[in-house]
Design a protein around this ligand. Structure first.
Ligand code: SF4
Length: 80
């Protein structure tokens, strides 16, 4: 883990157009993501994943289809 503080993530979105169902996010954060019937990642409700785990899962997506937003509504990742 880096020493850079992780901004508070309040919203997670998966771009279904981009998602290729690689399931890397599911592999690293099975508590957070699962694949739906169309083989697209969806966020599990009440997942309880911590901030670092969420950011890590977004970073492993090969097509950067996982978008993270902060309290102010601004995109945290991928860098806008
Ligand atoms: S890692 Fe990215 S492409 Fe793969 S299932 Fe997750 S969101 Fe989709």
């Amino acid at each position: 883990m880096s020493d850079v503080p992780v901004p508070k993530i309040t919203r997670i979105e998966v771009d279904r157009e981009l998602c290729i169902g690689a399931a890397t996010c599911v592999a690293v954060a099975p508590e957070l993501f699962e694949l739906d019937e169309e083989n697209k990642a969806i966020v599990k409700p009440a997942h309880g994943a911590d901030q670092a785990a969420i950011l890590n899962a977004a970073k492993v997506c090969p097509v950067l289809a996982i978008y993270l937003y902060g309290e102010d509504g601004k995109k945290i990742y991928p860098a806008p």
